[in-house]
Design a protein around this ligand. Structure first.
Ligand SMILES: Nc1ncnc2c1ncn2[C@@H]1O[C@H](COP(=O)(O)OP(=O)(O)OP(=O)(O)O)[C@@H](O)[C@H]1O
Ligand SMILES: [Mg+2]
Length: 342
């Protein structure tokens, strides 16, 4: 049974002003998150990402469709039952949402109080969390005295206080610099591996997905346009939106200005060879071209690693007799995807 199961959910917000149209923020969305996943949701602003995660902890109710957490349909729950479900779900935010009038200690203690954890258990739990996030020395500092990365560490400690099985992270690193982002993502990965917490990460940065997620769903205009294992999505994106996101960190088939520059610099045929999970097939390409005496020059592309698996796109300018090149390309097709670009 998936730990989170969203089936055919549509969410329509009523018109904000008279005469305005109601807004369909989610249009027939279904996702399944398995226990232990780090499930990424990526999309541009307004795609519906936050609305989707807010359904999981029932901060929003679906207009139609169902949301189940651990098999329990959350939209039908009363306030009391909802409290139990919410104890299972921690959340962290882009702007951290810490209580500025409470210390780091006080922020982490807050959910323990709300959950009715006996006072004498607080000290041990809070110290354990402070150690885990590396903020023992900041226990008595106020949020204003902390850096962004430290604030998010407090956010993570607070979200984990009641030992939830699910952590929702809505743009949790979007306000942080690249170095701090890496630290916070590494911490989230530890949360997943050491505590077995299932994590749903919302982001508009493919780098975030690449570095921690094992599955990803791509959203556009309230719909999921593509989903799958992170490796499959990175190595062979299908939807246009997915290709745009992947192209932010993967140099694939040259297009537009890049292609125009390559065309102006290189005579001959420009061909991209794509490899998924098997770097050995590269030598097949070079040996075949060499044996056929086709001239080649590597002009664009790269080899990538995602989830410890390799894929790549190598673009070559090929020179020689057209029929000889065609014959060589036919021999290469079994080991690489061949795209004749120009
Ligand atoms: N409470 C609300 N009332 C009316 N419309 C809303 C409400 N919440 C969200 N929306 C609209 O729903 C759509 C999806 O919003 P949502 O916040 O889920 O997008 P998002 O993908 O999280 O965007 P961002 O990356 O900017 O955070 C947007 O058009 C937004 O204006
Ligand atoms: Mg959002």
């Amino acid at each position: 049974m998936p730990i989170i199961q969203i089936d055919d959910v549509t969410k329509v917000f009523p018109a904000r002003a008279t005469g305005a149209e109601p807004l369909t923020a989610l249009d027939n969305v279904s996702i399944e998150v398995e226990k232990g996943d780090i499930f990424g949701i990526i999309g541009y602003s307004g795609a519906g990402k936050s609305t989707l995660v807010r359904l999981i902890n029932a901060l929003e109710k679906p207009t139609s469709g169902t949301v189940r957490v651990n098999g329990v349909e959350v939209s039908g729950l009363r306030e009391r039952e909802l409290r139990d479900v919410r104890l299972e779900i921690g959340m962290i935010f882009q702007q951290f949402n810490l209580f500025s009038s409470r210390t780091v200690w006080g922020n982490i203690e807050y959910p323990l109080r709300v959950a009715g954890v006996p006072k004498h258990e607080h000290q041990a739990r809070i110290s354990e969390l402070l150690h885990f996030v590396g903020l023992v020395d900041q226990a008595h500092a106020y949020p204003d005295q902390l850096s962004g990365g430290q604030k998010q560490r407090v956010g993570i400690a607070r979200a984990l206080a009641t030992s939830p099985s699910i952590l929702l992270a809505d743009e949790a690193t979007s306000a942080l610099d690249p170095e701090t982002t890496r630290d916070v993502l590494a911490l989230l990965k530890r949360v997943n591996e050491e505590f077995g917490v299932t994590i749903v990460v919302i982001t508009h940065e493919m780098e975030v997905i690449k570095s921690i997620a094992n599955k990803v769903a791509v959203m556009e205009n309230g719909r999921i346009v593509e989903r799958g294992n992170v490796f499959d999505i990175f190595s062979a994106p299908v939807a246009t939106a997915t290709q745009r996101f992947v192209s932010t960190i993967v140099t694939a088939v040259p297009e537009g200005d890049d292609l125009a520059v390559l065309r102006s610099r290189h005579p001959g045929r420009i061909v991209t060879f794509s490899f998924a999970d098997g770097s050995t097939s590269q030598s097949g390409v070079f040996l075949t071209l060499g044996a056929a005496k086709v001239g080649f020059e590597l002009i664009y592309g790269g080899i990538n690693q995602v989830q410890a698996r390799t894929f790549g796109h190598l673009t070559l300018a090929l020179t020689g007799d057209d029929a000889v090149i065609d014959e060589a390309l036919d021999r290469i097709r079994p080991v690489a995807t061949v795209t004749e670009v120009a």
